[in-house]
Design a protein around this ligand. Structure first.
Ligand SMILES: [Zn+2]
Length: 455
């Protein structure tokens, strides 16, 4: 056979992933423009509450006649475009992210420095959080029920906060010679919040000064911390990476990049006979428990709202029937191959940055333990939708078999008897304070979600 014929046969039969920048259909200008708006969102929405508020405000501006929304405790939101058919097309992302929470009795003074005790949230590498600028976001609920929002560390004129690391000169025994896992003690991850004493003869005068500042600025007393949710997040702004500006660095792209794309897709998608829903969930990073996590019955409340709006009966059977007729993208990120640590992946089945949105049939660990494992039928259906809409997509798995692993909300969604597959972009440095995404993957994720809503 001639070389040309071989080439033709190869083109016809083999499967190959493409680099998004090589494809003509996603023009660079469009991709860059989309990225700018995303950067604005990801820089502003640093907590689940802030994300819900941001998305709700936008919904109020853009909603159409057949759109409704359901919010749960300020931490979950469902954007719903009602269709006539039974069942829904659901894109479910999570809007919590790894971070450092403060403890309920946080404020103390040691060697004339005021600090806050903390408790980390989600899967972090502790050492990444020392000596970087941090901001405090969250709410304090006073005894009378009044809620005070606090955001400090984001404005250029704001102070920031830091968890102090130890100088290398004295680190040998207490840090350097230990295993990384043991070297960084979570109880030492305390946040510096002050250093000026209130009055020189007072005991714990620096702490008192901080209490006084908090009282004057926010009307907060020490006991109010007990009913607070204050989250310590990187005070880092989203920035482009590289001479060519192809990548974006930002905090909490896992998983607000998917939340963003699902919201954009929701507003832009052509109407479908099926109801389409963009759902944003909390608590994924700590196992999806709690009344705002994916294991809660909030999703059933959403379905009940849809059934009522469609003038259908709300019965045990009708809810079950609705779920059975539903299809879901569990919108979450995957870990892209880091060029310096290729050994943790199996190269043929890993996901790569720039190669498009990732379809992950199963996550979990060991022998697919705790995995959703989407059916061949459903994977086939999604593949078709993506191909017809010219979406650049790839498959992925979370590392080599038995290398480690992880999970998403896919299995909790699947437990309602819906078809579910994980689908989102691959990130570099996932779960770090400054995660890395690709602009072309961001855009392809949006395209994929829009195609799913329309398909
Ligand atoms: Zn995630």
């Amino acid at each position: 056979m001639s070389k040309k014929k071989n080439e033709e046969l190869k083109k016809k039969l083999s499967y190959e992933n493409k680099n998004g920048w090589d494809l003509s259909h996603s023009s660079k200008d469009k991709v860059f423009k989309f990225s700018e708006k995303y950067k604005e969102f990801i820089g502003k929405c640093k907590t689940e509450r802030e994300t819900v508020n941001f998305v709700f405000d936008e919904f109020e501006k853009k909603k159409k006649k057949e759109d409704i929304t359901v919010i749960n405790r300020g931490k979950n939101i469902a954007l719903i475009r009602l269709g006539s058919e039974n069942g829904m097309k659901l894109i479910a992302s999570h809007i919590d992210a790894p971070r450092i929470d403060i403890k309920q009795k946080p404020l103390f003074e040691e060697t004339d420095i005021a600090l806050l005790h903390t408790h980390y949230y989600g899967g972090i590498k502790k050492y990444q959080w020392f000596n970087i600028p941090l901001a405090i976001h969250g709410v304090v609920v006073k005894e009378n029920g009044e809620k005070t929002d606090i955001t400090i560390g984001e404005d250029d004129r704001d102070p920031v906060f830091v968890i102090p690391d130890l100088l290398p000169h004295l680190s040998h025994k207490v840090i350097d010679e230990k295993k990384v896992k043991e070297a960084f003690d979570a109880e030492k991850m305390n946040l510096i919040v002050g250093s000026i004493p209130f009055d020189k003869d007072e005991k714990d005068a620096v702490k008192l000064n901080i209490l006084n500042i908090l009282y004057e600025k926010y009307g907060i007393k020490e006991e109010d911390f007990i009913s607070s949710e204050l989250e310590i997040v990187p005070a880092l702004k989203p920035r482009d990476i590289g001479f060519d500006r192809g990548f974006i660095a930002a905090y909490a792209q896992d998983d607000r990049i998917c939340a963003y794309c699902s919201k954009e897709a929701f507003f832009d998608a052509k109407r479908n006979a099926k109801t389409v829903v963009a759902l944003m969930i909390d608590k994924e990073e700590i196992g999806s428990d709690g009344n705002t996590g994916a294991k809660s019955r909030f999703l059933m409340d959403v379905v009940i709202e849809i059934l009522k709006a469609q003038n259908r009966d709300v019965t045990f059977e009708s809810i079950g029937e609705f779920f059975k007729n539903s299809e879901v993208l569990s919108a979450d990120v995957n870990g892209a191959v880091n060029p310096m640590y290729k050994e943790v992946h199996e190269k043929d089945n890993a996901s790569y940055i720039n190669k498009g949105v990732v379809m992950t049939k199963f996550t979990g660990h060991g022998g697919k333990y705790m995995a959703n494992d989407a059916s061949a039928e459903f994977v086939g259906k999604i593949r078709k939708i993506f191909n017809e809409a010219d979406v650049n997509w790839q498959t992925g798995e979370l590392g080599k078999v038995d290398e480690g692993g992880g999970g998403t909300i896919a299995k909790y969604l699947a437990s309602w008897n819906m078809d579910v597959i994980d689908c989102g972009p691959a990130l570099l440095s996932m779960h770090s304070p400054y995660e890395i995404s690709s602009k072309t993957d961001l855009y392809e994720t949006y395209k994929a979600y829009k195609a799913f809503f329309e398909g």
